[in-house]
Design a protein around this ligand. Structure first.
Ligand SMILES: Cc1ncc(C[n+]2csc(CCOP(=O)(O)OP(=O)(O)O)c2C)c(N)n1
Length: 366
């Protein structure tokens, strides 16, 4: 184990004091530590490619190496600017990557993480990125040397951090409920209303796990789900692709972090979706499932945004009063509409995780 302060002090010693990234549960302690930093030195990015690019811009203006943090699933989002801009054979921009290593061969994890976990080191090797697996303070010394080398030779350097490596301390993000609707009540109501033919495509984070839990708890078996266990930000695209070749109601349940990650997809849906595509944004204004970091979605005028992206009507449900009635109205709407539901953070402890993915897919496709 290592203290987060020890990692940060290695970075500081190397004059790297600018952080940008997408939150990850493995790196929660880093997020907790960074929350007191100003906008000038810490930016929560909407996706990992943007984080790398913000870091590149930082280097261009300061000559200092930025620290870019991400979960290894996001490494694929980061690849484009890493390879096509920052790579030593392109612009040679030095960067420090701090990567949360889900599915490392040492640790039992979910199927989607196991696949990425197994190839994470190979990906870094393929990119010629030197890295350290940080498990103790000795590893930090090795990482320090690699950073010095990266500075000198203008190359990218990375560290891999497994679940449980960062020591917990008393710092936390004070998880705040910005909004009122209890998610359990929302999902229960939705699953009660939907008919047998309807399909749900739900996002990474707590949404999919909560739907699974609530179906089981209340034995609500109508309609079928496709859980986006990975591919964060692509929920609306999967739902769009599904909905175009069917008349079945296709309900896209998105989280606000997921909505922002590839916001352009919502414009694609706005252009091309039919009225059977039902987009529901569950807005809690946080990356609830990875530590409660803010998404800042509450500052967006979603009515103006959704309408300008091509949705005809905008609905927002703020409290439990008329929840059922409003949901029914939205679902039976005769045009392409956008629904925001202002929800609390998740209150359910020990949520299940989708495991039998092939079975889930086959049921969904029936
Ligand atoms: C590409 C990618 N980057 C980061 C993550 C880590 N991650 C998992 S869930 C999540 C937050 C999702 O936020 P939101 O959609 O608001 O859902 P909530 O956590 O509030 O349930 C993040 C960042 C991931 N799974 N994939």
């Amino acid at each position: 184990m290592i203290k987060i302060s020890s990692l940060i002090s290695v970075l500081k010693k190397n004059n790297s004091n600018f952080f940008t990234g997408v939150p990850d549960s493995v790196l929660k302690e880093l997020s907790f530590e960074l929350q007191s930093k100003s906008k000038k030195s810490h930016i929560i990015a909407s996706n990992e490619g943007s984080a790398v690019s913000i870091g590149i811009g930082h280097y261009l203006s300061t000559k200092k190496i930025p620290c870019i943090y991400m979960q290894n699933s996001g490494l694929s989002n980061a690849l484009n600017p890493l390879i096509s801009i920052a790579h030593p054979k392109v612009y040679a921009i030095p960067l420090i990557l701090i990567i949360g290593w889900r599915g490392s061969p040492k640790i039992k994890d979910e199927p989607q993480h196991n696949v990425k976990g197994k190839i994470t080191e190979k990906l870094l090797k393929l990119l010629n990125i030197k890295y350290t697996i940080i498990r103790n303070n000795k590893d930090l010394k090795k990482f320090d040397k690699q950073i010095k080398n990266a500075k000198k030779n203008k190359v990218i350097v990375a560290c891999l951090i497994e679940q449980g490596t960062l020591e917990k301390n008393n710092k936390k993000i004070n998880k705040k409920d910005f909004f009122k609707i209890d998610k359990e009540n929302f999902f229960k109501t939705l699953l009660e209303i939907l008919d047998n033919k309807s399909k749900i495509v739900s996002s990474t984070g707590y949404n999919s796990r909560e739907i699974m839990y609530i179906r089981n708890k209340y034995q609500l078996k109508k309609s079928k789900d496709f859980y986006m266990v990975g591919g964060m930000g692509h929920t609306s695209s999967v739902a769009l692709g599904y909905s175009l070749s069917t008349n079945k109601k296709t309900i896209c349940i998105d989280g606000d972090g997921s909505f922002l990650m590839h916001l352009g997809s919502i414009k694609t849906a706005g252009n091309f979706a039919n009225k059977n595509f039902k987009y529901i944004l569950l807005n809690n204004n946080t990356h609830d499932s990875v530590g409660g970091q803010s998404t800042y979605v509450k500052n967006i005028d979603l009515e103006k945004l959704s309408k300008s992206l091509g949705f005809k009507k905008f609905y927002s449900i703020k409290d439990n009063k008329n929840l059922r009635k409003s949901l029914k109205k939205f679902l039976s709407g005769n045009s392409l509409n956008f629904l925001e539901v202002k929800v609390t953070n998740s209150k359910i402890k020990n949520l299940p995780r989708p495991e039998n993915l092939i079975y889930i897919k086959n049921e969904f496709m029936k």
